[in-house]
Design a protein around this ligand. Structure first.
Ligand code: NAD
Length: 360
């Protein structure tokens, strides 16, 4: 992750500057990594400004079904119109030397096809979460990237975000004593007509989309993998939105140490994304924990009270994430959130659905 002086000052305020200091020197004098953005929707609209703020990455190609939108964005980001591809002629990207990597920002079930086509074109892949619509697709993506000898990273931006990293650091340092229990949640009230409500495109409902933040957070907060999972799912609003995917999922995970995590996700209510960790010596919560900015960490342990709003503004998480992947490509390193990390979540999602009685 590459940092500007201003970012470094912000991390300093959160007590995380030292963690990133070595990379300040490693990033000089390397060719910038060129990205093709596949899918010019909402999340691409955060990622592209994020890339612009990096020192080691740039947008060099666009892949879209809407030529007019692509041309507008190409002009904004200095991308030649000859580097705009449609979904049909995407494979020609193999010949484009300005493209080192692709960023897959398509509906979930399309991640596998474009990751595999990108790998065959010899490009590294940064793929949005959830990694895929099924465990089998996630496995095929890992296999294709291995066969092509390209890197695969899943865009779990919270792994590159200082408030979340600070929470992990405090827990690992033992500030909270023995962690006993975690609560986490994330949801929103979905509008009708979204591809997220189409099972074929989304794979599933809010668990795939935003519940995955809680699932993943419980794993990075504990540093453990869940040993037992039990879940319920429901549809309350029979208003046509939930004919194909669930509206609510509530699940519990028991970790090998005995830590128990309770999580909720919904497409039926505005549910702030947060986590709260209860330890024998104190508590810690991030609320909100998963937003693009405005994060806040509150902790109480051993007479210490922390209340730290994170002042960084969107798209800083996207900058950190792109910096990390480009740094890995430039230096032959393994990304912190590789395909295998995405696959693990896909497997736990399948277990949660199985326990809730949902066929996938
Ligand atoms: P979006 O609907 O805003 O954008 C999707 C893009 O895919 C659009 O440009 C659309 O034109 C294109 N597309 C191509 N074929 C399509 C088809 N058959 N149906 C619908 N769209 C099609 O979606 P989004 O919110 O940007 O989500 C894209 C991906 O990013 C999803 O996998 C989502 O889970 C992920 N995401 C991640 C975050 C994050 O914070 N990391 C946030 C939001 C979304």
């Amino acid at each position: 992750m590459t940092l500007t002086r201003r970012d470094f000052a912000k991390l300093g305020a959160l007590g995380l500057a030292a963690q990133f200091a070595p990379q300040l020197h490693a990033q000089a004098n390397k060719k910038k990594i060129g990205y093709a953005i596949i899918g010019l929707g909402r999340i691409a609209g955060h990622f592209m400004p994020g890339i612009r703020n990096t020192t080691n990455s740039q947008v060099t190609a666009l892949v879209s079904g809407h030529r007019d939108k692509a041309e507008r964005l190409a002009d904004q980001y200095g991308v030649p119109h000859s580097s705009i591809y449609s979904y049909d002629d995407f494979d020609r990207i193999a010949e484009n030397k300005a493209v080192d990597a692709v960023y897959v920002a398509l509906p979930n079930s399309m991640h596998a096809e474009y990751t595999i086509r990108a790998a065959k074109a010899g490009k590294h892949v940064l793929c949005e979460k959830p990694m895929a619509a099924s465990v089998a697709d996630a496995e095929a993506m890992i296999a294709a990237c291995k066969a092509a000898n390209v890197k695969l990273m899943i865009a779990y931006r919270c792994h590159y975000e200082p408030t979340n990293l600070k929470a992990v650091q405090l827990i690992r340092q033992g500030a909270l004593g023995q962690v006993q229990a975690i609560e986490s949640q994330f949801g929103f009230n979905i509008a009708p007509g979204e591809w997220r409500l189409n099972r074929k495109l989304a794979g599933g409902g809010p668990l795939y989309d935003v519940g995955i933040y809680s699932l993943n957070a419980c794993r990075y907060l504990t540093g453990e993998e869940p040993a037992h999972i039990a879940a319920f799912a429901s549809v309350i609003d029979h208003d046509g939105r939930f004919n194909e995917v669930e509206e609510n999922v509530s699940w519990t995970m028991k970790f090998p140490s005995g830590i128990v995590a309770s999580c909720n996700t919904t497409y039926g209510a505005p549910m702030e994304g947060f986590f709260r960790v209860h330890g024998s010596k104190g508590t810690l919560e991030a609320a909100p924990a998963f937003n693009y900015d405005g994060l806040r960490l509150i902790a109480d342990f051993a007479g210490t009270h922390i209340d730290k709003p994170n002042p960084a503004k969107d798209p800083y998480q996207f900058t950190a994430q792109a910096e990390h992947f480009s740094h890995c490509i430039q230096n032959g390193l393994a990304p912190k959130t590789p395909g295998e990390e995405g696959l693990r979540d896909m497997r736990y999602i399948a277990q949660i659905y199985h326990s809730a009685g949902i066929d996938i």
